[in-house]
Design a protein. Structure first.
Length: 331
């Protein structure tokens, strides 16, 4: 009897594994799209992502395993708007027959102020996230028509969540004094966010991180900071923070926090879903920009004090170790 039970259990799990393997594979280029697809597809598809969480899709270099993933998938979800400059070559080289869905279809793109190119960061507007989700739903429905009702139900539930998020962001940004609604970041990833929610956007780099820092841009930001007395600037999770940290040091203002721009976060960083990403960004921005200049100055001084204490401790430890070495040698 026990042997029969074990055989049945093994057969059950074997069938479950086969069932899982038979699910269509949907590949998203970036983690925001990946998370949206999981919310719409749920148990009917296996969703995978090309650029890993924390990676920068602007500068990503596909690997042989990415080509294997693309050639074996059933559907590709892409942002477009110059975001994945490497994607067309990857698709062509892989020889995949999978259909592609442009998840930004129906969105009026913002043109870069510096270059004659569209700004790809449309997901920063939560109401545009609904358009992303609807395009994902349409793509999944075409792939798996028999689950159309499920995909539509999942979309409606997710749409409600995004509508609530949109209202949350509006309410929170409105708590920032109008003269302090200036968002200074590493690269120009927040124009859709700023235009929708009422923030002036300034950045060191343009819409792509694959560019060199210009001296004129730094000088311009220094002037803006001095004139507006904005209390903080913000680094990003996928962009090297050194230039912005130096700008903050030179202008004696605080780093307001780390924002998620081209990737969702993880358990350590937070913002591990698309919804949580936008909510966390909003909370970080509001908290930093509602601080008084006096408090920000204190933050900078506190950070400098901490650094001084650490350096003093290191020097003291080195002195003691040196004295100990000399004492043992004399003995």
């Amino acid at each position: 009897m026990n042997k029969i039970a074990l055989v049945l259990i093994a057969l059950f799990f074997s069938m479950q594994q086969i069932s899982a393997e038979e699910k269509p594979v949907v590949v998203a280029t970036a983690s925001m799209i990946y998370d949206i697809a999981k919310n719409i597809g749920k148990e009917h598809v296996t969703v995978k992502c090309i650029v890993p969480i924390g990676g920068d899709p602007h500068t990503y270099k596909p690997t042989p395993s990415d080509a294997k993933l693309v050639v074996n998938c059933d559907l590709i979800l892409k942002n477009g708007l110059t975001f994945e400059g490497w994607l067309n070559e990857l698709i062509e080289n892989s020889g995949t027959k999978a259909a592609s869905v442009l998840v930004t279809n129906g969105i009026q793109p913002i043109k870069s102020l510096t270059y004659d190119a569209p700004d790809p960061h449309a997901w920063m507007n939560a109401s545009y996230g609904i358009i992303y989700a609807e395009n994902v739903m349409k793509g999944l429905t075409e792939l798996l028509p028999k689950y159309k009702a499920d995909f539509e139900k999942n979309f409606q539930n997710y749409k409600k969540e995004l509508e609530e998020l949109d209202q949350y962001i509006i309410a929170q940004i409105n708590t920032i004094p109008k003269e302090k609604r200036i968002l200074i970041t590493s690269h120009d990833a927040f124009q859709y966010y700023g235009r929708k929610y009422g923030l002036q956007l300034e950045s060191i780099l343009g819409t792509s991180t694959d560019a060199a820092v210009q001296t004129n841009d730094i000088i311009n930001l220094q002037k803006i900071i001095k004139k507006s007395k904005v209390p903080a600037v913000f680094i990003e999770s996928t962009v090297n923070p050194k230039t912005l940290q130096q700008l903050a040091k030179d202008t004696k203002i605080a780093i307001g926090g780390k924002l998620l721009s081209d990737s969702i976060g993880d358990e350590e960083l937070g913002g591990e879903t698309y919804v949580k990403m936008l909510k966390q960004n909003t909370d970080v921005i509001v908290q930093a920009l509602t601080k008084s200049q006096g408090n920000v100055t204190s933050i900078v001084k506190d950070e400098n004090s901490k650094a001084s204490y650490i350096m003093t401790g290191v020097i003291g430890l080195m002195f003691l170790l040196g004295m100990g070495f000399m004492f043992s040698k004399n003995r």
